[in-house]
Design a binder for this molecule. Sequence first.
Ligand code: KG4
Ligand code: ZN
Length: 341
Amino acid sequence: MIVLGIETTCDETSCSIVKDGNVILSNVVSSQIDLHAEYGGVVPELSCRRHVDVLFPVLKQAVEEASVTLDQIDLIAVAYGPGLIGALLLGVTAAKTLSIALNKPFIGVNHVEAHLYAALMSQTSPAKFPCLGVVLSGGHTALVRMHEVGSYQLIGETVDDAIGEAFDKVAKLMDLPYPGGPRIESLALKGNKTRFPFKPGRVKGRPLDFSFSGLKTAVLYALRGQNSTGTLPLEMTEENRADISASFQHAALTDVVDKALLAAEMHGCRQLVFGGGVTNNQALRELVASRAGDKEALWPPKGLSLDNAAMIAGLGYHRYQKQGKGDSLDLEPATRISDWN
Ligand code: KG4
Ligand code: ZN
């Protein structure tokens, strides 16, 4: 089955052609990083305009690179949420229009669920369910018990900022451009992770939930100084930035790994399935490798960590198999999706 995937939830426009849920024939991603860098975050209006400009060229390239014709496409899968409403509307409308024009079924996919599927779609051996899904993206941080593809139980999530958002905000505090994650990671390589004793947030009575806003505020105080304790503002030298980055990253990643391993133990999971843009972070992968013990970690392959349409097409295939039919054209974009099934 040949599936066209469309992804426009945030600041990447992507189209992909995937065969039978896991054979990627093409995966074209047009990033908007250049557009948002100077603003320290994604500007929704600019994002929509760029999606409008590039969606059809990206679609054309994805079809050409896959050497298929539009007629050969059996299903159109689109990320219908969560994301920015204007950006989602463009992708969903394009998918519905193609569905009508080509007379092919259309299916909506949860973008966050697709981040977890990204790590599964390239595995040569089947996943050992139940697995512990760990979503680490710019908009979401969650721990999910995965019973099979398409069946999940949410067991932990952030009560405030997502981890990628925390990386981006800390970078912004140090006047670094968006997206902050990769910049913090490379600065941290040169920094001293023990210089600032930052503490990850705890949520009372909910050991598997996350809170990153206190950590971000601690970084703010370290940078700006605090009257109450007489600490002075830090000079923005390369060394200070590196030490802040290393200390922040260490606190945030240790928290994620501690809670993921605890969740895996509590919920009888032998495999950890990681997804989302923060999984690009090499320090995270090394920390997991050193701490995982008898647990096996599955990671998205290169190119499938950040937002991409291959994971949307892949998961769309499974949803279609499970439902036995496509979605109604009444399906609306959703900025939030609370139901994981
Ligand atoms: O999954 P994603 O592409 O978009 C969302 O669905 O949100 O994730 C983007 C996020 C951004 O916050 C970015 O700073 C973060 O992933 N990120 C990283 C790294 N690369 C991207 N965070 C830490 N280290 C990285 N190397
Ligand atoms: Zn994403």
